[in-house]
Design a protein around this ligand. Structure first.
Ligand code: UD1
Length: 417
């Protein structure tokens, strides 16, 4: 098992390229199930979750070819077996994204229930309810969602809560349905819009992606297309917070400031100077950061996927800040590990009160989930002495070559096994 060893105390400085977004790549890859023609993606991030999705889609019958320039071609000429088995779904919840496309393409699907995960229960009832409204017959038996349908029918579906993969699953299924589907209370995340753009390039008729009402007019068939995956806003935010926490100055290329408004606002509030230009974001932090309070909520509000990183920043900032997590019920696992580095954090329910310390001290800490790992790396970069972050496989799910990119910015970080 790999671990990262970090010698803290260096300010990050320099330039780095941001990768394609994990949370856009995974649904986009599943969209290839909707057509027998090839779909080509560029700017594909090299991540463990992407490899897991290639494995899953390969099993289902998709032919996948890669080139070394971050390209991926996927061709679902024939569906061999419309099944997502437990072994794969348990390692990556986003596997649920094959459910809608498989049902729309071949009228049946069997997908393992994802179950709980480190950050909370995370049910998929909205995915199931939506597909049922479109005419699918769905049973949950022996831990699997078994779904059958003739051609799906358009429907008006009002989600009980905003769900990102739920919106994506239903939007994909609706592209091939008979008639019009209206998804209300939809997720407005930019990754949903990226998926809609690709589906429209494949011949779908989707309007309103990026708003909370998405209208999909079903078509008989979709065709191949080429699509460049949008930049990863969470990777971007993570590097910006790392630079701010270490008092650094960085320039991130291949990204987009427009999809990070809430995060950039918080960084400005913390005292960072930020310049956004087309394709790049530059940040300089010339003082000790000021603690910022954050409340997570669906896009365009402050993202839950940035909460742990901001907690690390608040640990070394001036003053006391309050972090409220409203999306996932158990997403403060990193707080206990941050305390091992000397952070002062009190947790009460879904609220964390962080009192900024003038210094943290290196220790061995354990990553519990993807974004928690990122917060521990940030804290390790700031702490005095050596920090070892164990269970780095969580980070590899969603950050491409994180230690190489941080080294490029001057961090003293190495991977050991
Ligand atoms: C996606 C992101 C993840 C991010 C999350 C919230 C991907 C691949 N993952 O996850 O990185 O942290 O959005 O921004 O895009 N819920 C239900 N029933 C459902 C669906 C969701 O109760 O059927 C609840 C969840 O438990 C959670 C909330 O709704 O409390 C939001 O979850 P959701 O947006 O669905 O998260 P994911 O799409 O799994």
């Amino acid at each position: 098992m790999h671990r990262l060893v970090i010698e803290g105390g260096t300010s990050l400085s320099g330039e780095v390229r941001i990768s394609g977004a994990k949370n856009a790549a995974l649904p986009l890859m599943c969209a290839s199930l909707l057509t027998s023609e090839p779909v080509r993606f560029s700017n594909v991030p090299q991540l463990r979750d992407v490899a897991t999705m290639i494995g899953l889609l390969g099993r289902i019958g998709v032919q996948v070819s890669r080139d070394e320039r971050l390209g991926l071609e996927m061709r679902a000429e024939r569906i061999a077996e419309p099944l997502a088995p437990y072994e794969l779904v348990k390692t990556m919840r986003a596997s649920i994204l094959v459910l809608g496309p498989l049902l729309a393409r071949c009228g049946e699907a069997r997908v393992s229930l994802p179950g709980g995960c480190a950050i909370g229960l995370r049910p998929v009832d909205q995915h199931i309810k939506g597909l049922q409204r479109m005419g699918a017959e769905i049973h949950v038996e022996q831990g699997y969602i078994s779904a059958r349908s003739g051609r799906l029918r358009g429907a008006r579906i009002v989600a009980d809560m905003v769900t990102v993969t739920g919106t994506e699953n239903l939007m994909m299924a609706a592209t091939l349905a008979e008639g019009t589907t209206v998804l209300e209370n939809s997720a407005r995340e930019p990754e949903v819009s990226d998926l809609a753009n690709c589906l429209n390039a494949m011949g779908a008729r989707i309007r309103g992606a990026g708003t909370d009402v998405i209208t999909i007019e079903g078509v008989e068939r979709l065709h191949g297309a080429a699509h460049a995956i949008m930049p990863d806003r969470i990777e971007t935010g993570t590097f910006l917070v790392a630079a701010a926490a270490t008092g650094g100055a960085v320039r991130l290329n291949g990204t987009d400031g427009a999809i990070l408004d809430a995060v950039l606002e918080k960084l400005c509030e913390a005292g960072a100077q930020i310049r956004v230009e087309p394709g790049t974001i530059a940040l300089a932090m010339r003082r000790r950061p000021v603690g910022v309070s954050c409340r997570t909520a669906p896009y365009p509000a402050f993202p839950t996927d940035m909460q742990a990183q901001f907690m690390a920043l608040d640990c070394v900032a001036e003053g006391t800040s309050v972090i409220t997590e409203t999306i996932f019920e158990n997403r403060f696992m990193h707080a206990l590990e941050l305390q091992r580095l000397g952070a002062e954090i009190d947790i009460s329910g879904n609220t964390a009160i962080v009192r900024g310390a003038t210094r943290l001290q290196g220790a061995t800490v354990m990553a519990t989930d993807l974004r928690a790992s990122a917060s521990l790396v940030i804290a390790g970069l700031v702490a005095e002495g050596e920090t070892t972050v164990e269970r780095v496989y969580h980070l590899d799910r969603g950050y491409e070559s994180i230690e190489e990119k941080l080294s490029q910015l001057g961090a003293k970080i190495r991977r050991v096994s």
